[in-house]
Ligand binder design. Structure first.
Ligand code: F6P
Length: 559
């Protein structure tokens, strides 16, 4: 696959020239062009996206679109849609878009001899049938009780997506059902999340693409031991092999690409939901990896979730470049990272339901684009990968916004908010709608970042001279505002797909493989190699480096 060094392109060089000494005064930009907000506000499906408070001029906008053309983002998208192996380092197709393809597309995409959409729909139907049976109580635990708690055990892409989406869609969760998510190999996680559960009404979903992940398999075994001990103690089963097998069949299902390994773990393959190696873990929330979510919000909710992804896919494929929101947001990020020197990117949802969204985006963006070599292995000579981070507003305002408003760093930020609240509370004392107080903060913060407060304004307030510098806000701090009417399953799907495409755009410009993750391998292998040393084998201990040895010795002295 051809790899371009983007820094050799004419548009890149011209952007570099534009960036040298670049200063955009946003107050003046809005004064000079009263139509700026309107010109730079776009609709993508149900998302209303205002880019006007970004450090963007018409010339930069044009040049970024030229860069998109010269790096052939469209060509990469088409290759992806044809099922070409654009994940070239793993020799795999990249087809998460097929996860949300509509029923009519069955048979339309054959990749490596597989009817991709047909396979997707077949698994989805099985997931829905399972979800229905848990929701209507026809799926029974071994003692005949209905399931009340579904515990997903997985990590990374097999955890963050469903955990984030479950939290985001709490108002859509069926009453009487709860989902929990165990990911960390820290025994605290499995211990705390099972300690108050009744094994007779608990069902585990073991989600692992590879079914080899140390954390997930260790936690799955811990859950199995907990379940069997609890059921035996309650007299629900005896020690016999038949009853043990029956209990596992009724309390464990799996999601994986490795169905042979699922069977070896003891889970009945008829209770396993497959996916495929053309779905990356961090792109899998809308596959069977979302089974816990499908149980929680049901078939209709999950289909609405998929329709949101689909709507943004469609927008990305068909909107003109000048109005293509994921394209423009991806290019803006490139502008900030490669030309204006930003290192991080804040994501600030003004929705408590989205409190796990920044963590979800960290894997999506950083595992995808945290690469220092291009597709052909050549080293890049420019920055890649942004550090995504964030917290819901208004909490972040009382924590790290100080640095965003008055610190020395450039931090582009995405603010996300919804017009309609799930909880419409009124403050008895002030008569104010709480949601309006909340949204007031959302509207105010992007304005304060962009327009700041000048020295003259601070002086005019009668501020003593010694404090004028401290109370001045420089402004010109960029942000994007994303709004939607309401946080529904569909809108959540749209938000996720929006960021998937932004990541795609950035990766395409940088010429990297956004779909592999070799950087996670070394630490995993070293943890396994260290097992004998941790267990006290002196030869293994002696073979470790002096720093690790010192830490292990501290551990031995204090355990
Ligand atoms: O450690 C990285 C990773 O491979 C992620 O890419 C993946 O989402 C996660 O581990 C979990 O992997 P699996 O689903 O195979 O258990």
């Amino acid at each position: 696959m051809e790899t371009k060094d983007p820094s050799t392109l004419s548009s890149w060089k011209e952007l570099q020239e534009m960036a040298a000494g670049f200063h955009l005064d946003l107050r003046k930009a809005f004064e000079a062009d009263p139509g700026r907000a309107e010109k730079l506000t776009f609709e993508a499906a149900d998302l209303h996206v205002d880019l006007s408070k970004n450090l963007l001029t018409e010339k930069v906008f044009e040049k970024l679109l030229e860069l998109a053309g010269q790096t052939n983002i469209q060509g990469l998208l088409e290759a992806m849609l044809r099922g070409e192996h654009i994940n070239n380092t793993e020799d795999r197709a990249v087809l998460h878009l097929a996860l949300r393809a509509p029923e009519e597309k069955v048979g339309s995409l054959n990749v490596d001899g597989q009817d991709v959409v047909g396979d997707v729909r077949e698994v989805l139907e099985r997931v829905y049938a399972f979800a229905d049976s848990v929701r209507d109580g026809s799926w029974k635990g071994v003692s005949g009780k209905r399931i009340e708690t579904v515990v997903n055990i997985g990590i990374g892409g097999s955890d963050l997506g469903p955990a984030m989406a479950y939290e985001a869609l709490k108002p859509y969760v069926q009453k009487g059902l709860e989902c929990r998510f165990i990911s960390n190999i820290d025994p605290t996680d499995v211990g705390e999340k099972t300690k108050d559960l009744d094994p007779e009404t608990t069902l585990f979903i073991i989600a692992s693409k590879t079914f080899t992940t140390l954390e997930t398999l260790t936690n799955a075994r811990a859950a199995k031991a907990w379940l069997l001990a609890g059921l035996r103690e309650a007299g629900a089963i005896d020690e016999s092999e038949a009853q043990t097998k029956d209990a596992i069949a009724k309390h464990f299902v799996a999601v994986s690409t490795a169905l042979d390994k699922v069977a070896a773990f003891g889970i009945d393959p008829k209770n396993a939901f497959g996916f495929w190696n053309w779905i990356g873990g961090r792109y899998s929330v809308d596959s069977a990896v979302g089974t816990s979510l499908a149980v929680a919000i049901g078939r209709d909710g999950f289909e609405a979730f998929l329709s949101g992804f689909r709507a943004i896919d469609e927008h990305f494929r068909s909107a003109a470049p000048t109005e293509n929101v994921p394209l423009l947001m991806g290019l803006l990020n490139v502008w900030y990272v490669n030309f204006l020197g930003a290192h991080t990117h804040a994501v600030l949802p003004y929705s408590q339901y989205l409190h796990r969204f920044p963590a979800y985006l960290q894997q999506l963006t950083m595992e995808s684009n945290g690469k220092r070599v291009r597709r052909d292995g050549s080293l890049v000579n420019y920055e890649t990968g942004e550090i995504f981070w964030g917290e819901p507003g208004t909490n972040g305002q009382h924590a790290f916004y100080q640095l965003m408003h008055q610190g020395t760093r450039l931090i582009p930020a995405d603010f996300i908010a919804f017009a309609r609240p799930a909880w419409d509370l009124k403050d008895d004392e002030t008569e104010a709608r709480q949601h309006e107080l909340f949204l007031g903060n959302f509207f105010a913060q992007t304005g304060a970042l962009a327009f700041g407060k000048t020295v003259d304004e601070v002086r005019a307030e009668g501020t003593i001279e010694e404090l004028v510098a401290h109370r001045t806000f420089p402004g010109n701090r960029p942000s994007t505002s994303i709004m939607a009417r309401e946080l529904t399953p569909r809108v959540l799907g749209e938000l996720i797909a929006l960021y998937e495409m932004i990541v795609f755009v950035e990766g395409a410009v940088w010429g990297i493989d956004s779909f592999d993750q070799w950087g996670v391998e070394l630490g995993k292998a070293m943890a396994i190699d260290l097992k004998p040393a941790i267990a006290g084998d002196s030869a293994a201990l002696a073979a470790t480096d002096p720093s690790t040895r010192g830490l292990l010795e501290y551990y031995f002295a204090n355990k």
